[in-house]
Design a protein around this ligand. Sequence first.
Ligand SMILES: *Cc1c(COP(=O)(O)O)cnc(C)c1O
Length: 378
Amino acid sequence: MRPIQMVDLKQQYAKIKPEIDAALQDVLNSASFIQGKAVHDFADNLARYLNISHVIPCANGTDALQIALMALDLQPGDEVITPSFTFIATTEVIALLKLKPVFVEVDAKTFNIDPAAIEKAITPKTKAIVPVHLYGQSADMSAIMSIAEKHNLHVIEDNAQAIGGDYSFPNGKTKKTGTIGHVGTTSFFPSKNLGCYGDGGAIFTNNDNLASKLKMIANHGQSKRYYHDMVGCNSRLDSLQAAVLNIKLKYLDNYIKARIAVADYYDKAFANHPKITTPYRAPYSNHVFHQYTLILNDVDRDGLNAWLAQHNVPSMLYYPVPAHRQKMFDAFGGKNYELKTTDWLTERVISLPIHTEMDDEQLAYITGKVLEFVNRSK
Ligand SMILES: *Cc1c(COP(=O)(O)O)cnc(C)c1O
């Protein structure tokens, strides 16, 4: 059996090596490493794929969130509602900009921000909501957009884990995740569903004014070279990464299919098990399975994590400490929050290997080992 990895980027590269190598060689020959043709081509191709007017590439997914927030003219102390059950970047940039992160509860089924909890957390200082499509499952965007409209709030979708996902509104209209809010952001970190070979990120919007502002902020606040209209930062996707992404974007839908096939295998193996809850697939979207995350009931989760490692099966705990319990947020009153579902989930979730290169032999081995441990626990 081939060794099992959380993500197998070597094998994925091997399958597209000639194309990738040629694209990288083109950039090397052009010596146009910054703002080169590959970057513009990729932004255009991704905009077409997502069916959105503007894609602004940047240096990473964290910067994408930061730049999106910087473009909204918020004032220090303004409140931004966000889940606590997410990767730290989502909440960190809010604090970095001297805004106030307001942590709200997630839905135990979807792992995503609970619209009812958003509504309860709104105050006169609330200016924005940052939903996260965690593990590849879209948040309930139709409900979130109605709340935002009612209270005149900005919505920034953190789409780092769900690029390529589709979301269907109750009226049947479908949009790509990340293109529903006023701004969407993503990461091209190598292990993401659309990953490059280093760091990368992007911001999406249909709003022309916002797009020019986002572009300026990502480029030292300049509209014209050496004329700086606002305080910005330096955040660029480089041409080599864009060249890789241009190739991989063509395969994104197939990569998603491969991930869903892995999830289907796991679902079947764990179906109706009293101690295992398999990922919920919301009727309003296709889960793109950035992660395959189980909820364990009455099982020593950390014990399973260690036992799998002993048997050469990697597994991960995303995320063992929610944002509101991180030291970083002590000064923001993190400890005063009571988020029962978030705490409950952080103690019970475990993510199994999922990627585009898995075979049935590996899956049979993994599911066998998981069930062996779980069935043994009392
Ligand atoms: C990966 C990730 C980010 C940050 O992306 P980087 O490119 O690593 O900066 C932000 N939010 C979520 C939910 C992520 O998974």
